[in-house]
Design a protein around this ligand. Structure first.
Ligand code: PMP
Length: 863
């Protein structure tokens, strides 16, 4: 259905501004060429500033077209925006002239075929709030005020939910009584809030009646009312009636007034939150439909939204006319909006998206006030949030407080999931949907999620009131775990240092090496990953992780992984305290060294009196098919690091095991015995979990299962790799496997860079190039997640490699399920890439390729 929406220039200078663009240059460039647009804007601004060219002809005109609007439910509409040549103040000063223009605009819209006309902002106020226009209009008319009121309330509810504000404890002032939006908003907020104050310019009969009906106070002194309120909803037609200075700290203001009610063009204080109420977001697919939708990123005034929705629903009926809006109509239009995919959750302030920083500062102010008045900030009288709402909120908090960029990237690639629960090999989302976990916390979940035996051990320790942390005293749990670890570890490793993470275990090992040998050099491998604290980072072989933190620990050197000769040559200098190495480079892309590498490394280390530190943080605890990966080659390192699954998937714990003589050399005197310590290291709960984890590993024969399932996977994946072009190689051992994908075909990649609509890719090409290369991996992760409910990740230091790293408890059937899903995924990737490749080949970009494939030689085509 066709609809029209009437607007007026927001400010008189804007009318002048638009008038100056008579040739339509700005409008043509809008959304197409930002650089030229800026130049053109600059010229027009200069003319406006010089006061040039007062608008001459005043007439109604079409300022925007909204064609092909389609909602996710398939509803369609086509709209036009008509502008009358009078600004807000002019309309209020001369309503009759304005009504004349409004009627002209309605007529033009009707002639065009509009079946409903919406009256934007001031055009909906003059003439009895739409009633006069409606009486004379041959088609339906709406002011859009119902959805505006609904949106204002949603802004309050959204903010309250986001910040755990209990509305029942708040004093709400509604400014603009007896205006239509203010009155219905007051009626609808009344049941939710503590005290309600209605604010109007003078005490009228309707205002007083509403106050009585809602058991509210009626106040005519705006400043006085505002000072008492903690939440303000403001919807007046006069504008500029609220000074920011009047607001008490911690006040939330939702300003739906047009012109705006709160004075100023930006927030002047960070202890209050002033929202631009009355904005709603159209469904994603619509946001490119017109200049206006594009420019505002799909955020539109709700009055336009209401008109659009009535047209989308083919409802040719008058709505929201007059001073008395019906609460039922407000609720109805709100639910229509939700049904059609419109969104109320984005908060704006002074016309811009509300930044997390403003929200955080406001939150802190509220918390400070609450703690002073000893009020609870968490008790929220509203109905308890659904699991989905909790998950969405968690994702927002994660982005706000933990890692905005990672969240944005994952969100954009469809990989963002908030898992609400984990059990065994499965993760569950908020809706209870389950996902097979093939990431296993990067190797922290060898026993699966929440293994009952580990949970029981931790619970028992709590029940028995195990001592918390007892630095320098004896902790029985730690003592027993140390004994058990030594009994399982390769012979020679007799001393144990407990800490809380992998990187700390690595730190302990390299400090030990320096202290015990008196040498300073630390040798590690390209592509290695040993952790991100300074020492571990210094021996990590990824310059990308190191660059920002230079200078790192001195005397660290790297050699290629698996290179016997380089190892021998470098260590022959006898300047190195230790060579630290992973049995399989997990983060580096599941890279394997040639067979016999560790054994050879051991003998080179022995002959050059260099310590061999094997980092088993990820390969340990059964992951590769043996309890420790060194067992495959019967290697006996001088020190070994453990973490991740040592905590049984429930507790953080790390451990460094080493030879007794080395420990004694480093820490074997009164002066040195406490040189390297950790407050939390060896805490009761972590070591209780460690003990249980080792038991489970043994009782459930998890290493054996890892070997079996690993074989099954390796065999299945290798078969798949042979059939699909996108896969380059499959490798790994036990359940530490990787699938290396080929980079995206070069013709598809270069085409992609060329069609990049913003041109931004070219500016950040190096990083974008890498991401585009990893297209297949991202595609695989996405398809596995969304199409097959399997959670996977790539290896961080090598984004072309998909890691296959499920819990070691995985069954034969689950393994088969993964293989089937992976096969389908590769099939899909190859299919899509071949279609894209074909399309490119048939355009000029890939001409030669197409000719070759069709059997022509370049010489043929030249003839
Ligand atoms: N070493 C290796 C081999 C690892 O895989 C990791 C973690 N991926 C670490 C050390 C660092 O462990 P953490 O993240 O617990 O510090």
């Amino acid at each position: 259905m066709r609809f029209a929406f009437l607007v007026h220039p927001v400010a008189d200078s804007a009318a002048q501004f638009i008038k100056l663009d008579e040739g339509g240059v700005l409008r043509k460039l809008w959304g197409t060429d930002p650089l030229r647009l800026t130049g053109a804007l600059h010229k027009v601004v200069q003319q406006v500033m010089a006061g040039a060219d007062e608008p001459s002809v005043a007439e109604v005109r079409v300022v925007d077209e909204l064609p092909n609007l389609v909602t996710p439910r398939g509803a369609t509409a086509h709209g036009r925006l008509y502008e009358i040549p009078m600004g807000a103040m002019a309309i209020l000063e001369d309503p009759d002239r304005a009504l004349g223009y409004i009627q002209q605009a309605v007529q033009q819209a009707v002639d065009w075929g509009a079946r409903i006309v919406g009256l934007g902002s001031m055009t909906g106020i003059v003439g009895g709030r739409g009633t006069v226009v409606a009486e004379q209009s041959p088609v339906a008319v709406t002011t859009g005020n119902s959805l505006t009121a609904y949106t204002a309330l949603q802004n309050v509810f959204e903010t309250a939910a986001e910040l755990n504000i209990d509305l029942a404890q708040e004093t709400v002032a509604v400014v603009g009584i007896p205006g239509s939006i203010a009155s219905v908003a007051a009626t609808l907020i009344a049941p939710h809030c503590g005290r309600l104050i209605l604010v109007g310019r003078r005490a009228s009969g309707p205002a007083q009646r509403l106050a009585n009906q809602l058991s509210a106070d009626f106040i005519t002194d705006v400043a006085e009312a505002i000072k008492q309120a903690t939440i303000v909803i403001s919807a007046t037609s006069s504008g500029s009636c609220i000074e920011q200075a009047w607001l008490q700290p911690g006040t939330l203001v939702v300003d739906v007034g047009v012109p705006t009610d709160v004075r100023g063009v930006a927030a002047e204080r960070d202890d209050v939150l002033i929202l631009t109420g009355g904005l709603i977001r159209v469904p994603d697919a619509m946001s490119q439909a017109s200049r206006m939708l594009w420019f505002q990123h799909g955020m539109i005034p709700s009055c336009l939204g209401e008109t659009m929705l009535l047209a989308l629903e083919n409802r040719e009926e008058c709505y929201s006319l007059g001073r008395e809006l019906q609460p039922e109509a407000v609720q109805e239009i709100g639910s229509i909006a939700r049904r059609q995919g419109f969104d109320f959750s984005r908060l704006y302030s002074f016309g811009c998206p509300l930044g997390d920083d403003a929200l955080v500062r406001f939150q802190k102010t509220r918390a400070r006030i609450a703690s002073k008045s000893r009020r609870s900030v968490t008790a929220n009288g509203a109905s308890p949030p659904t699991p989905r709402q909790l998950a969405d909120r968690a994702a927002r908090l994660y982005a706000r407080y933990i890692n905005p960029v990672l969240m944005a990237m994952n969100g954009a690639s469809g990989l963002l999931e908030t898992f609400a629960r984990g059990e065994g090999e499965y993760l569950y989302d908020a809706a209870g949907k389950k996902y097979l976990d093939f990431v296993a916390g990067f190797g922290s979940l060898n026993l699966g999620h929440n293994h009952p035996a580990v949970a029981a051990a931790v619970n028992t320790a709590i029940r028995e009131q195990a001592p918390g942390f007892t630095p320098t005293s004896v902790n029985p749990y730690a003592a027993t775990l140390a004994e058990k670890l030594v009994s399982k570890a390769p012979s020679g490793l007799e001393m144990v240092f407990f800490c809380n993470s992998g990187t700390e275990a690595v730190e302990a090992s390299i400090k030990l090496a320096r202290a015990a040998t008196g040498r300073t050099g630390l040798l590690s491998c390209d592509g290695a990953f040993h952790g991100k604290s300074m020492g571990s980072l210094s021996v990590t072989g990824n310059p990308g992780y190191q660059r920002a933190f230079q200078p790192l620990v001195g005397d660290c050197q790297r050699i290629p992984y698996g290179d016997f000769e380089a190892l021998e040559r470098t260590l022959s200098t006898r300047q190195f305290a230790a060579f630290i190495v992973e049995p399989i480079q997990a983060e580096g892309g599941i890279r394997m060294a040639p067979a016999g590498y560790l054994r050879e490394a051991q003998s080179i280390c022995r002959s050059t009196e260099t310590l061999l530190i094997v980092d088993e943080v990820q390969t340990g605890m059964g992951r590769t098919g043996m309890t420790f990966a060194v067992e495959h080659e019967d290697v006996h390192p001088d020190a070994m690091t453990l973490a991740k699954s040592l905590g049984g998937g429930l507790m953080p714990i790390g451990a460094m095991l080493c030879r007794r003589d080395l420990w004694m050399k480093a820490y074997g005197t009164v002066a040195t015995c406490t040189l390297h310590t950790s407050t939390f290291g060896g805490g009761s709960l972590a070591t209780a979990a460690g003990l249980a984890a080792l038991d489970v590993l043994e009782n459930e024969r998890l290493a054996e299962n890892a070997a079996c399932r690993g074989e099954q996977l390796l065999e299945g994946l290798s078969q798949i790799a042979k059939r699909f072009r996108c896969v380059k190689q499959v490798r790994g051992r036990g359940l530490l496997l990787g699938v290396e994908f080929n980079p995206l075909q070069s013709n598809v990649k270069s085409h992609w860079l060329q069609i990049d609509p913003t041109g931004m890719a070219r500016y950040i090409a190096s990083e974008v190039g890498q991401m585009i290369d990893a297209f297949h991996v991202l595609h695989a992760m996405q398809t596995l997640m969304q199409g097959h409910s399997i959670y996977t990740q790539f290896t961080r230091s090598n984004p072309l490699v998909l890691r296959i790293e499920p819990p070691l408890t995985i069954t034969e059937a689950q393994t088969q399920e993964f293989l089937i899903a992976f096969e389908k995924t590769c099939e899909e990737i190859d299919f899509i890439v071949s279609i894209i490749g074909e399309m490119i080949a048939k355009t000029s970009v890939g001409k030669h390729d197409a000719a070759q494939r069709a059997g022509f030689t370049p010489a043929d085509s030249a003839q």
